[in-house]
Every structure is written in structure tokens, then in C-alpha cells.
Design a protein around this ligand. Structure first.
Ligand code: HEM
Length: 211
């Protein structure tokens, strides 16, 4: 996780100390959950599991998989530094770190955050490239950007999968008649992700230095 924590937009305030559930209680609830099998929740059902109800577990979701994070109410419960993740699938925010604008599972267009800003058109190096070469470069960079998105998502999926505090509880399903997330429309990149985009001029300088 630490590599991703280097990005801007830290996880907000320090967690408020609250008494964690006892280990015995946790084990009992986890076993009950496992016995019942994976649960299927629509986004609006999932929103009830945001830590505000003392009788419900706290769930977060990433990549449509629901994880029980009740073991860390000080982090995900009300007042916790990462409470915004509770009761929803906010995969996009896990990638961008935009914890206000990107609390959605919609990843459309998010790869743009890894695509270079073309600020170097006047340099000799850029002028030497043909249109076709630039197109090929763009295609290669787009593939690489998509791979990075997958890598970020995988990082957090692995974090929850391998955790000894949390466990997968089920899946988020679409409500009857609900459109697929994003419906193909490209979502705007949040400001912090826009600011973090690499610049073509910087990439060229780095390449020239290493040559
Ligand atoms: C893409 C950006 C980021 C994401 C998605 C993210 C996500 C998370 C998540 C999900 C946790 C809870 C882990 C758990 O359940 O144990 C966490 C913890 C934490 N994060 Fe981040 N984070 C990001 C960036 C940052 C940054 C930039 C900082 C600091 C400068 C930061 C500082 C922390 C700290 C200190 C904790 C531990 C809190 C505690 O144990 O009480 N994070 N982060």
C-alpha cells in the first residue's frame, strides 16, 4: 500500500479511536457469513452497510467484490479516515485517490491519468516523428496506461484478499433495470489525477538524460 500512499490526496483525517469488535465476535460473525455463502447486494442495498447501523457489518467494495471491513471501524466507520469507502463500490477512487469526486465503480477514461500531456510539440524530437509514429506511440502508451489501472485495482484487491482482518463477503449486482456503470460515456478525470499526469517534455528530458 505504501507505494500508492505516495500520491497526493491522503486519506483524510486521523482515524477516531473507537473500540474494535472483540476477536471472538469477529470470528463468530465471519463464520456465520461463510456458512451463509456469498451475499449479493445492489448498490442501494450496499449503502446500508456503511457503518452507521450497529447491527450491520461494514462493507466496502472494489471491482464488484464486497469485503467485510468491520474489523476496522475506526478506519471505515463514521468519523474514520476512510469512511467514504464504506457502503459503496468506489473502485475509481482507489485508483485516482480522488476521495470526493470518484466514489464510483465507473472506470471509464481513468487510464488517461497515466497518459502523457502533449506539451512538447515544438521540440525537435517531436517534429522528427511522423503522424504514424505518434499514433503507434499513443496506442502503446494507452495499453500501458490500461495495464497500470489494472495494476492499481489489483493492488487493492490483493490487499483485501490477503488481509487477515478482512474477508470477501459477496458481490455487488445491478438492480433490476439498472444501466451498466458509465454506459460507455467517458467520465472526466478528477483534478488531482489531471495534475498528476506525466508531461511529454519531462519524459523526453528523462529519456535524453538516460541516453
Ligand atoms: C490512491 C491513493 C490512496 C488510496 C486508495 C488509499 C487507501 C487507503 C486505505 C483503503 C486504507 C485503509 C487500509 C486498511 O484497511 O488497513 C489506507 C490507510 C492509510 N493511508 Fe491511504 N490511500 C491513499 C493515499 C494515501 C496517502 C497519499 C497517504 C499519506 C500521505 C495515506 C495515508 C494512509 C495512512 C496513514 C493509513 C493508515 C491509517 C491507519 O492505520 O489508521 N494514504 N489508505
Amino acid at each position: 500500500m505504501s507505494d500508492l500512499r505516495q500520491r497526493s490526496n491522503p486519506g483524510a483525517a486521523a482515524p477516531s479511536p473507537k473500540t474494535s469488535e472483540s476477536l471472538g465476535k469477529q470470528i463468530k460473525r465471519n463464520l456465520t457469513c461463510l456458512q451463509r455463502g456469498p451475499i449479493l447486494l445492489t448498490p442501494s442495498e450496499l449503502s446500508l452497510y456503511n457503518g452507521t447501523s450497529p447491527t450491520l457489518p461494514i462493507y466496502i467494495s472494489i471491482n464488484h467484490t464486497i469485503y467485510d471491513v468491520s474489523a476496522s471501524p475506526y478506519m471505515y466507520g463514521p468519523g474514520g479516515g476512510y469512511s467514504f469507502f464504506a457502503g459503496r463500490d468506489a473502485t475509481r477512487a482507489f485508483v485516482t485517490g480522488c476521495f470526493q469526486d470518484d466514489l464510483t465503480s465507473d472506470l471509464t477514461g481513468v487510464e488517461e491519468m497515466f497518459m502523457p500531456i502533449e506539451d512538447d510539440d515544438e521540440s525537435e524530437a517531436e517534429k522528427r516523428l511522423s503522424k504514424a509514429e505518434k499514433k503507434l506511440r499513443r496506442e502503446r502508451e494507452m495499453r500501458e496506461a490500461r495495464r497500470k489501472v489494472d495494476e492499481h485495482v489489483k493492488h487493492w484487491v490483493d490487499f483485501y484478499e490477503k488481509s487477515d482482518k478482512y474477508f470477501a463477503a459477496g458481490k455487488v449486482v445491478r438492480a433490476h433495470g439498472e444501466e451498466k456503470g458509465g454506459a460507455g460515456k467517458k467520465r472526466e478525470l478528477c483534478e488531482a489525477a489531471k495534475k498528476g499526469r506525466p508531461k511529454r517534455s519531462k519524459l523526453r528530458e528523462e529519456k535524453e538524460k538516460s541516453e
